[in-house]
Design a protein around this ligand. Structure first.
Ligand SMILES: [Zn+2]
Length: 389
């Protein structure tokens, strides 16, 4: 089955041009000017009407709360919200109930997600049993079923535990995604250990100016590491809403934007963390934001004059490279994981219309930019809001 997407504003890390994209089954088989397209008699033609056609987004960091907290979110509700937000690959953190600490637990979630045929799921595994930095999980076995090991939600304080985890990440080829609180202290410690021991370090949700500077300096010294920024740490400052790490100051937001501009920051991740109203009242940290992440990012990028190519690099290309996926570019031979979006329209966050099971956001009524029109995973339309016709 061959589909031509014509009149598309094709945007990825390398390009921004008007053209045609041909999808055959699960794969992009052509991207370029429509006049040069070799597929003259496709089964389907979709007129994209000049809207943006980009690689769909890959979230290196979200919480789907499954198993254990169906009142907050499930694989199914989280993936439905994700697809509405333009995401087709999700790395779900391991702080479920029970904690995802064994190969069986990881496989159980990935197999369930495969049957649902919504998003691609990478179920992260815990680094320590019960997310403690005491007894390590079986890194050799876990690295065969997942790409990311993380105690996210809980900081690894033990230097010895972190050292062994870094060494294992080289031995077994997995990525460590860290949760750093206190942020400056733990990021400094982890960079020092990385310098000594090597390893595959991905620093989760950096939020401070000083942390961005530490990553910048580490990269300048030739260290190989990556980091991510969330929507809420870019979209808010001095706001009393409980997230971990906390919302910071305006100076920190400016520093994060500078880190996006100069390549210090690698990925944009959502840290989608759904909670019930009761749990938020109890003081639990987290924001439900996967369906608004693109709109927040586009607003921030537009307001700060950062290109859509850079946006695509941080939401698709770099995560795909880290996850070793053949995705993240609109290019012949790549997976047909695609989002079609209006990147220019104004919109507003409407809490009551959220698809996620949890509606915990401080951004109700805030102006954002852009709208997802259609989300395609493996060549199949998984979300369509009807606006494209
Ligand atoms: Zn975290």
């Amino acid at each position: 089955m061959i589909t031509n997407y014509i009149n598309a504003r094709i945007i990825d890390k390398n390009s921004n041009y008007l053209g045609c994209v041909t999808v055959n089954d699960k794969i992009i088989v052509y991207a370029g000017p429509e006049s040069d397209c070799p597929y003259k008699e496709p089964d389907n033609t979709v007129d994209v009407k000049g809207y943006a056609l980009m690689p769909s987004f890959i979230d290196m960091h979200c919480h789907l709360r499954d198993p254990g907290y169906p009142e907050k979110e499930t694989l199914e509700t989280g993936m439905r919200a994700a697809l509405a937000g333009g995401y087709t690959t999700l790395c779900a953190m391991a702080n479920t109930r029970p904690v995802c600490a064994t190969p069986d637990a990881v496989k159980s979630n990935t197999e369930r997600a495969e049957k649902m045929q919504m998003c691609r799921l990478i179920q992260c595994a815990a680094a320590g049993y019960d997310l403690h930095d005491e007894t390590p999980t079986d890194y050799a076995a876990l690295s065969k079923v997942t790409r990311i090991i993380s105690n996210d939600g809980v900081t690894i304080f033990s230097d010895e535990f972190m050292s062994n985890l870094l060494i294992a990440s080289t031995d077994y080829g997995f990525i460590i995604s860290t949760h750093c609180q206190p942020e400056r202290h733990i990021v400094a410690r982890d960079i020092a250990l990385l310098k000594k021991l090597g390893g595959n370090l991905h620093i989760g949700h950096i939020s401070r100016s000083e942390t961005a500077q530490m990553v910048r300096e580490a990269k300048a010294q030739g260290l190989s590491l990556t980091c991510e920024i969330t929507p809420h740490h870019l979209f808010a400052h001095d706001l009393d809403y409980k997230v971990n790490p906390p919302i910071r100051t305006e100076a920190d937001v400016c520093a994060l934007i500078a880190a996006i501009k100069d390549g210090t920051a690698d990925c944009l991740s959502t840290d989608h963390a759904p909670h019930t109203p009761e749990d938020k009242e109890k003081g639990l940290a987290g924001i439900s934001n996967i369906e608004h992440a693109m709109q927040i990012y586009l607003k921030v990028f537009f307001d700060n004059n950062i290109s859509l190519k850079r946006f695509s690099e941080m939401t698709s290309y770099t995560p795909a490279r880290l996850l070793r996926m053949n995705a993240g570019l609109i290019k012949c031979g790549y997976l047909a994981d695609i989002v079609i979006a209006d990147t220019e329209c104004k919109g507003f966050i409407e809490k009551d219309k959220m698809i996620s099971r949890s509606h915990n956001t401080p951004f109700d009524g805030r102006e954002v930019r852009g709208k997802v029109l259609r989300t395609i995973c493996g060549g199949k339309v998984k979300y369509d809001n009807g606006l494209l016709g």
